[in-house]
Design a protein around this ligand. Sequence first.
Ligand SMILES: [Fe+2]
Length: 309
Amino acid sequence: MVNKENTENKQINQFAIDNNIAGLTVISTKAVFNNEPGYTVEKAKRFLVFQDRINKDLLKHPIITDNHYTRWFEEGEINQPQIQDFIVQFSVFSNLFLIAQLKKMINADSLEGMRASKEILANEIGVIFKASKNTDVNDKQTEYEKEFVSAEGTIEGGTFRFRAAHFEWLLNMAEKLDLGYNDVGKRSHGYKSTLFFCDELSRIYGNEDYMISQAASYAVENWAAAGFWDELVRGFEKYNSKTKNKLPIAFFIYHAKIEAQHAAHTQEELEELYFDREIDEEKFIKYGNEMLEGVSAFWTGLNEHRQKL
Ligand SMILES: [Fe+2]
């Protein structure tokens, strides 16, 4: 069985080299090899030229390669007002993101796409993923995490719990920092830069034109996969190691974990979209960059404010 698979993989690799299409994900290469509908060698070549352009003109955006705020945060030299400030702005983003996600769900151009967006939305407001395997539960997790946090699985058959809403995890943290329910999560608490980000999410990520929405999605996923969640987690861990008032950081650990899984799929999703639909390449790069400008505004705003605190 393993031998048969090896031979097939070798054949597919050779096929990719012979046809000058090395660089595609395994899934797409296989689809071209098997002559699946839409998957032609010619289109694969066009995709690789497009990918070069994405690498140069989108993924080198400074907010992906050089996020000043999270780099500072990672050091863990954060005072109480700075951490409060961060939680407030993040809670605004976390809440307003729901609007963008709902729009993305409504504007999906296939049932499959709608479900994928619904999955994220429902999990965000408190449907716990039903794990297919129990890899997520381990001794390091607190009772709270075991009960409310699962980074793997699907919402299908999952349980809704108020306390599993991501916003409530942030609220838990906020309360440890003497912030109440009405101090977080509303538009009125957001800096201009935070609101710009949230409104751009709603406009681009939630766009009626699903191709624009997908461009924003790809940009956002690549930003998230660039490691900022891990930087935040390391910053919080250092902060917690120095204080008696330890913050419950499940929110950030969870998102770091879930991101590691998303990252693997982002590229496959782009290729699937490319072979399946007609992507307007110019538009994809344009809206992807506009989205990243929104992301950038959020972090730049935080970075400017923390220097005054
Ligand atoms: Fe979330």
